[in-house]
Design a protein around this ligand. Structure first.
Ligand SMILES: Nc1nc(=O)c2ncn([C@@H]3O[C@@H]4COP(=O)(O)O[C@H]5[C@@H](O)[C@H](n6cnc7c(N)ncnc76)O[C@@H]5COP(=O)(O)O[C@@H]3[C@@H]4O)c2[nH]1
Lengths: 179, 179
């Protein structure tokens, strides 16, 4: 089951590595970016999971109430022979409907790009009808793994994006701000 | 089938992005590293695939005939909301049995770390006996995908590491030099 493996991969190869030090990373960002506006409460990585696997590489291309602000400080880790492999997150400034700015670390769940590409290539063995099921399986598997992870507690928010309001030009910013 | 999805993920999320520009990257490295010793012929990324999924994060920890030399120039790409995500390879200097140095871009296939971790966690649903089969499936699936990829031709070498000579302290350097 492809989505099951991709959820495990996303956890052991990424979230488990970056979430434990996310708080420190955001504190350091706030100290060097005096004009940034973060919410109250524990700082989390917002992870977007679109059911239709439609992913933009830059969030501002989806909704002009969203602007790229800066990157969090990079982490560097030696991984499987790659020395100093770089892990980074983008901070976006999201405007609400009153024009007020809110900053947050938000990104799409990268493995969904793989699900999308596989559904387009006959050799990969699954098509668009199965893809939606695979996204739901990815979401549930990831939820289960993360809920049992002490070291990742309170450091993430999984946001499942359903298709209904895709015609709203500010659907993404509104959704992000709800979280 | 976990390995099938991980092979696709490795291709669409990495090899397809980095291999087409590898030649240019190595040329630039050679120009700025006048003392480097590359072989003749097209420059490739050597990808180590150990059947037992035993992976070191730094190759010099496996064999002291191998030393980290430097990184190839970084690539930066916007991916799924992460702006300027960094992709890099490590160049290692590998000594042969006559003491002669050979430089090459070599790394382990990182998705094997996921296979290893999944085989250790009961929730993931497979154990050590299946893991070997999954590595072989990963290798064959990756081979098939890459063989049909025009843009990646001649830019990679998959090296399947079997277990027989693990007691030889210079097994890894000898294997790399054969390729
Ligand atoms: N957003 C995000 N930022 C990251 O830095 C990152 N690094 C990994 N991942 C995702 O986590 C999971 C586990 O990663 P792993 O390294 O085992 O496999 C990776 C790895 O084998 C290879 N790869 C990707 N980027 C790099 C890289 N920079 N250096 C080496 N290998 C890489 O290709 C696989 C698929 O990558 P992505 O399809 O981008 O998604 C990965 C994957 O779903 C990331 N996701």
């Amino acid at each position: 089951n492809v989505a099951h493996g991709l959820a495990w991969s996303f956890y052991v190869g990424y979230l488990q590595l970056v979430l434990p030090s996310l708080g420190k990373s955001i504190d350091s960002f706030r100290a060097s970016h005096r004009n940034s506006f973060w919410g109250q409460g524990p700082q989390k990585l917002l992870i977007l999971i679109p059911l239709n696997t439609n992913i933009s590489h830059k969030l501002e291309e989806e909704d002009n109430y969203i602007q790229f602000y800066d990157s969090l400080p990079n982490s560097q880790l030696d991984r499987a022979g790659i020395q100093g492999r770089v892990y980074k997150h983008s901070v976006y400034r999201v405007q609400d409907e009153n024009g007020k700015a809110h900053d947050c670390a938000v990104e799409y769940a990268t493995p969904l790009l793989t699900l999308y590409r596989m559904s387009q290539d006959r050799r990969a063995g699954f098509g668009e009808p199965e893809r939606r099921q695979q996204v739901l399986l990815f979401y549930r598997t990831l939820q289960d793994i993360l809920e049992q992870s002490q070291e990742c507690r309170n450091r993430y928010r999984l946001i499942l994006l359903k298709d209904e309001h895709q015609d709203d030009a500010h659907f993404l910013s509104k959704t992000i701000l709800k979280h």
